[in-house]
Design a binder for this molecule. Structure first.
Ligand code: ATP
Ligand code: MG
Ligand code: MG
Ligand code: MG
Length: 486
């Protein structure tokens, strides 16, 4: 079926409206009253208190399309953004909700109907999963498994059990949670990015890109109090989340979220600004993805009142803009350019999210101002660096001291990557080990706590990530994999 992203968003809402759901607007990216969470990272955030039984709504069924950001805490996807076609910092999560109303049977039946009857997806390519106890403390979700097997046209060998890691959903370390069931689509062996890797097998929830997770149905029934303590909630609820960009990529038959009509216009704006051909774009896809993703995220953040700054959420906004600007330079974009991309976001998303139109001027000026600030920072850092390199040449040194390189970063904001590039152009190296040691010392000695002190536990993580991302290059990710310096 040939549908635009906006039509697919609306079709989801219409389907659940027909089944008695009330349309609820997306809440802000800044969670209302929840100081433990930096950004709204799932649809359930605005309903957390309804699940806990301390908030009540005039409806028991709801449908929405929620603005989400996953750049911190339990759900942090920043490492993947730019490297794959399916993870964004900002994305939209479509959801249907039951507050003590229907449960697994209806949630599963409607999900299957929407994807196969309304959206017309090929049943033989769909795979579903359910929770299986693997720690001996929570019951296996037989009810979900049985309901999946009853769906018309489903292949029962495509209904798979997984443990706590894959099929138990939580917004954060504590709070409402429960077993979940997910729907994945097999996009075909040509989508595997590990083809030819010895011993690699493509599988659902595996480590290649062949199977794409589309939709998560969470059956909220516990309040988690600590690592081992689960308390049953007064009622059971349904919380679902489907990534809009992913379902649109499937419906539009394209190989990447960035080729959907939601993101391609941003890619094309960048391409026009850079004066590149499509082939050149595809050969430089990482900076294109980062610029498209981050400019969209920053646009939505500023519309929700999160402007660039030095602490907490504002720091994340600054980091995202600067990262986009830095990746833009890889495409030869030197002057401020993000406002031009953001304007396309406002244009294309303004009907669904009117706050973008209302705040257009603020969005554009904040972006440009932040790019100019970053440019001044880089310029000042460069002039200091050139002085240092001149002194080294005079005294016959060839390796720039790591502490000095770190000072350039910490006091003037000059990314390591730039320092290294400039040094190399003059035939010199940077002591990157020393740089990292200096960074670790700095981290211990000072500011992570202060910068994010008032924001709860997850923020130190943001600070780390933000710092490392800004510096660029040579980062060790949580998975222990060497981060390529793009
Ligand atoms: P994945 O395993 O692909 O990282 P997830 O299991 O972390 O996804 P959930 O927390 O289950 O994701 O969120 C519900 C849905 O939101 C997912 O099924 C997916 O369609 C979408 N989604 C999750 N993270 C992202 C992201 N970073 N960018 C775009 N869509 C996302
Ligand atoms: Mg994830
Ligand atoms: Mg997953
Ligand atoms: Mg999931």
């Amino acid at each position: 079926k040939n549908m635009t992203g906006a039509e697919i968003r609306q079709a989801f809402i219409d389907f659940f409206t027909e089944h008695g759901h009330t349309v609820v607007p997306s809440s802000s990216l800044v969670p209302g009253g929840d100081q433990t969470l930096l950004f709204t990272n799932a649809g359930m955030v605005q309903f957390k208190d309804v699940f806990l039984g301390t908030d009540h709504r005039p409806y028991t069924r709801a449908v929405d399309s929620q603005k989400c950001m996953r750049v911190a805490g339990k759900h942090n996807d920043l490492d993947d953004v730019g490297r794959d076609d399916t993870h964004h910092t900002f994305f939209e999560m479509l959801g249907n909700w039951s507050f003590g109303d229907y449960y697994k049977k209806e949630a599963i039946t409607w999900a299957w109907q929407l994807l196969t009857d309304v959206f017309g997806l090929d049943k033989s390519k769909l795979w579903t999963t359910y929770f299986q106890d693997d720690k001996g403390d929570l019951p296996t979700d037989e009810e979900a498994a049985e309901n999946w097997c009853k769906q018309p046209g489903i292949d029962p060998t495509h209904v798979l059990p997984f443990g706590r890691k894959e099929n138990f959903w939580e917004m954060a370390e504590t709070g409402p949670c429960g077993p979940c069931s997910e729907i994945h689509i097999d996009r075909g062996p040509e989508f595997c990015n590990k083809q030819g890797v010895p011993g690699h097998v493509c599988r659902v929830n595996g480590d290649c890109s062949r199977y794409l997770e589309l939709w998560n149905l969470v059956f909220i029934q516990y309040n988690r109090l600590s690592v081992t303590q689960f308390e049953p909630l007064p009622a059971t609820h349904v919380d679902t989340g489907m990534g809009l960009e992913r379902i649109v990529s499937v419906m539009q038959g394209v190989s990447s979220n960035y080729r959907t009509d939601l993101l391609l216009p941003l890619m094309e704006t960048v391409r026009t600004l850079a004066g590149q051909t499509e082939a050149e774009r595809d050969a430089n896809i990482t900076p294109y993805r980062v610029v498209a993703d981050h400019s969209r995220a920053a646009t939505f953040l500023i519309a929700d009142g999160v402007v660039p700054g030095n602490t907490g959420r504002n720091y994340v906004c600054r980091m995202i803009i600067r990262r986009a600007a830095r990746f833009g330079t890889k495409l030869g974009l030197t002057g401020p350019f993000l406002a031009k991309v953001a304007d396309v976001v406002v244009e294309n998303y303004g009907a669904a999210y009117p706050e973008l139109r209302r705040n257009r001027a603020t969005i554009l000026t904040n972006l440009t101002r932040e790019e100019q600030r970053f440019q001044r920072t880089v310029d000042a850092g460069m002039s200091h660096l050139n002085d240092l390199l001149a002194e080294m040449t005079a005294s016959g040194q060839t390796v720039l001291d790591g502490h000095k390189a770190f000072d350039l970063y910490a006091t003037l904001g000059l990314p390591l990557e730039l320092t290294r590039d400039v040094a190399r152009e003059q035939g010199m190296d940077v002591d990157e080990e020393g740089f990292r040691r200096a960074m670790d010392e700095h981290r211990l000695a000072s500011s992570a706590g202060k910068v994010f002190g008032s924001m709860g536990g997850e923020d130190v993580d943001v600070y780390r990530t933000a710092l490392e991302e800004l510096i660029g290059g040579g980062k060790l990710s949580k998975k222990g994999v060497q981060y390529d310096p793009y």
